[in-house]
Design a protein around this ligand. Structure first.
Ligand code: IPE
Ligand code: IPE
Ligand code: MG
Length: 224
């Protein structure tokens, strides 16, 4: 059985769910929060140590201002309301992305990370203003500046995901089969599951099925 240490999720389909069920994309984003809570609980139950959630991509800035504002409001409220609770549950929160938000949000993110930095049960990585191509470019620039060799180890150590093991399993909900600029380097040997359900419809039973299948998949890493 494969050990499962790190799950990454592209939580896609909120907008379509909202339009279909509530006639507003933003309602879909709100509904998606429930799924996050349920999936986090199951992740702890499964004793998985890392979960990375694609929350906002560098390309998502191209959406209408109103939707962006709604998404960031949801995030701020989530952190305000839940961070103490996450801390009590021994959960560590880390932001993966380019942290150039409003001073208030930057402060809230820093506070949330600092508060939970020593926690050990589960690490939640929120990929926020994250884009893999930009991450790689910044990493190469950094290595050049430090006059370090472009080795696999040096690249890995200087990515935004430094100190986080590569994902074992990637799940993308929302019935599209693409990576959308997510963790291109880190997913090199990750098992990928594309899920038809939209994120707000995705549930713990679906999640458990995917994990079960992952555990019995033969991972070759180039060997036979
Ligand atoms: C994913 O859902 C959430 C974010 C990008 C923040 P979408 O908003 O992309 O939902 P669809 O794909 O339009 O349905
Ligand atoms: C990927 O979903 C980003 C997040 C889930 C945060 P998108 O909905 O932005 O991806 P594309 O644009 O359909 O590829
Ligand atoms: Mg989408």
């Amino acid at each position: 059985m494969n050990p499962l240490n790190h799950v990454a999720i592209i939580m896609d389909g909120n907008g379509r769910w909202g339009l279909k069920n509530k006639k507003s994309r933003n309602e879909g984003h709100r509904a998606g929060l429930n799924t996050i809570e349920n999936i986090l609980k199951e992740t702890i139950k499964q004793k998985i140590k890392f979960i990375t959630l694609f929350t906002f991509s560098t390309e998502n800035w191209n959406r209408p201002k109103k939707e962006i504002k709604y998404l960031f409001n949801l995030l701020e409220n989530f952190l305000h309301n839940k961070i103490e609770n996450l801390n009590k549950k021994n959960i560590k929160l880390k932001i993966i992305g380019f942290k150039n938000f409003s001073p208030e949000l930057n402060k809230l993110l820093r506070k949330s990370e600092n508060l939970t930095a020593q926690n050990t049960k589960l690490q939640i990585n929120l990929a926020l203003n994250y884009g893999s191509k930009m991450e790689l470019i910044e990493t190469f620039k950094k290595l050049k500046k430090l006059k370090k060799k472009f080795t696999e180890k040096n690249v890995s150590k200087n990515l935004l995901t430094n100190e986080i093991p590569d994902p074992d399993l990637l799940i993308r909900t929302g019935n599209t089969k693409r990576l959308s600029n997510f963790l291109l380097w880190q997913l090199a040997y990750t098992e990928i599951h594309f899920e038809k359900k939209l994120w707000p419809d995705f549930n713990v039973i679906d999640y458990k099925k995917i994990i079960k299948k992952f555990k019995s998949t033969k991972r070759n890493f180039g060997k036979i």
